[in-house]
Design a protein around this ligand. Structure first.
Ligand code: AMP
Length: 545
């Protein structure tokens, strides 16, 4: 017997309809590519998204067609989020930090029909346009006055394109399982693979972001969305923002500490979301330049994900800015949220030290994401806080397969997806990532967590960034090599200082066999440490005898 409830599809268009009806004046604040701040509302976004949808029809875009973007976080990108997906086409957000060859591969693989781009990417588009076979025209996301002069076939001006379209559009109703957006993983091996989100998965994920023990996004919040709209839909923030009517602050291309600090101060930001590399720049700016961040700011929570949040960073946000760090974990294949580190009643009276011990964990499973740990053979392992295993996930916003079935079947026989991460889960359900499976250091039959070692090292004054890789060892199989970028303007630290510092932080047998210093750390297009490049850099390295 079926229930007798209305079967309304969960469509992305319904989010912007809701926002315009109930939060029409809530603001979307964008730092533009040109520099000035632009302000608009959800009502404006809806109106212009409808113009986008009409323009898509005029251009002959059909449901299911892919429409690419190469753009920063800004209001026009947000209009495309709702206009393109809302009319039934698939918004394909491309990460501009990928190598040009990867961008070319991705656009061709996705068979993008049109590509919208911010004018900062004009030269890139000019170079790639002849090689993007399926693209019929390129649209510069600007107005007539700021149009770039470039040799791009079929170049269109965004404001001209949508400006001549009606501001009314009847969103079509279709199956909620239809594809809504596409994002390629910046995989370290082989070609990038496409993760194809659906309307249903995106809306369900937005409910999570708006729930109190989720990310707690709400109408009362002013949220700085530093996580890029070109990667995993900016952790779903455009959808979640529309669902609850939160003010969204979109930083455009300016990710430096000063620009972000000013936005947080001037826009009354209460919640900020981003990866550790960006927060490091913000904290350095606040430490050096701001008069008194705790007084100047109303920032209450900072969500950190994408890479592990070091203890020193959680502490710095708390002591310097008065903001609580919410550590979260997920991946492109998971829309992306999988776990969130919120507190339980029993932690209410915890000291700062005890709380920080907890905050460095990636958090508890949320409703909608089932977690399991397994050994190499797929047998389940206990959630006892000490047994580390392969972390696998299952749920309605987790990928079933990659676009065009690249890589074939990606689920185990219980339909769980292997995240490639190694983790423990404690008795309270808090998950802690110890490593990527391929980065773990196998020393004498035991595992050393490269992430824990790195996080311990960045806690040392004078260390800006740290990476640990395993180096072959004749006796122990592998031993850790610690690679450090020093902080500028700090007393010069050397290997002995670092080892001495680490002695009080980690088990003796974890201590790196050597410490080397480099000028700059290689990062991936999504801001993670690029261990492949480091392994390549140190391929001929041997430990001192
Ligand atoms: P991506 O698909 O590019 O977003 O990368 C997903 C991967 O980033 C995960 O599988 C983890 O290895 C890593 N990751 C994401 N969040 C965290 C976190 N909070 N701590 C440690 N690693 C993380």
């Amino acid at each position: 017997m079926f229930g007798l409830m209305q079967d309304r599809p969960l469509l992305i268009s319904s989010l912007i309809e809701h926002a315009a009806a109930f939060h029409p004046h809530a603001e979307i604040v964008s730092r533009t590519v040109e520099g000035p701040i632009h302000r608009c509302t959800y009502a404006d976004i809806r109106r212009r998204a409808m113009q986008v949808a009409n323009a898509m029809q005029t251009l002959g875009v059909r449901p299911g067609d892919r429409v690419g973007t190469l753009a920063w976080n800004g209001y026009r990108h947000m209009e495309l989020y709702f206009g393109v997906s809302g009319m039934g086409a698939v918004l394909h957000t491309i990460n501009p930090r990928l190598f040009p060859e990867q961008i070319e591969y991705i656009a061709n693989h996705a068979e993008d029909q049109y590509i919208f781009f911010d004018v900062s990417f004009t030269a890139l588009i000019e170079k790639l346009a002849p090689r993007m076979k399926s693209v019929k025209a390129f649209i510069a996301m600007t107005d007539r006055a700021n149009m770039p002069t470039a040799d791009i076939p079929g170049l269109i001006c965004y404001e001209d394109l949508i400006g001549r379209e009606p501001v009314e559009y009847a969103w079509p109703e279709f199956d909620e399982r239809a594809a809504s957006s596409l994002c390629y993983t910046s995989g370290t091996t082989g070609n990038p693979k496409g993760v194809l989100y659906s309307h249903r998965s995106s809306v369900l994920h937005a409910f999570l972001a708006c729930s109190v023990d989720g990310l707690g996004l709400a109408a009362a919040e002013s949220a700085l969305v530093v996580v890029p709209m070109f990667h995993v839909n900016a952790w779903g923030m455009p959808y979640a923002g529309a669902m609850c009517g939160a003010k969204l602050v979109l930083p455009g291309p300016a990710m430096d500490g000063k620009s972000l600090y000013e936005l947080i101060r001037d826009e009354g930001v209460t919640l900020a979301l981003g990866v550790p590399t960006v927060w490091q720049m913000l904290l350095q700016h606040a430490e050096r330049n701001a008069t008194d961040p705790k007084r100047e700011l109303v920032l209450r929570r900072v969500v950190i994900g994408g890479s592990s949040a070091p203890r020193s960073m959680c502490e710095a946000f708390e002591t310097l800015m008065g903001a609580f760090v919410v550590h979260a974990w997920g991946m492109t294949e998971m829309s992306p949220i999988g776990t969130i580190c919120n507190l339980l009643p029993k932690h209410k009276r915890a000291s700062l030290e005890q709380r920080l011990d907890l905050q460095v964990k990636q958090g508890r499973g949320v409703y909608g994401v089932e977690l399991k740990l397994t050994d190499e053979d797929g047998n389940r392992l206990p959630h006892d806080g000490t047994t580390a295993g392969h972390l696998k996930v299952r749920g309605p916003w987790i990928a079933n397969a990659y676009f065009h079935d690249d890589g074939g079947s990606i689920l185990d026989d219980e339909c769980f997806f292997d995240t490639g991460d190694i983790a423990t889960i404690d008795l309270d359900g808090y998950m802690h990532i110890t490593d990527r499976a391929k980065d773990v250091i196998k020393s004498g039959g035991e595992w050393i967590s490269s992430i824990d070692l790195e996080n311990a090292a960045v806690g040392m004054p004078g260390v800006a960034e740290a990476a640990v890789i395993g180096i072959a060892h004749p006796k122990w199989q592998e031993r850790p090599l610690l690679i450090i970028v020093r902080k500028p303007d700090c007393p010069l630290i050397n290997k002995d200082d670092v080892l001495q510092y680490l002695e009080s932080q980690v088990a003796r047998w974890w201590l790196p066999d050597d410490v080397v210093f480099i000028e700059e750390m290689p990062h991936t297009a999504t801001g993670k440490l690029q261990k492949m490049a480091l392994r390549q850099m140190f391929r001929d390295y041997r430990f001192p005898a």
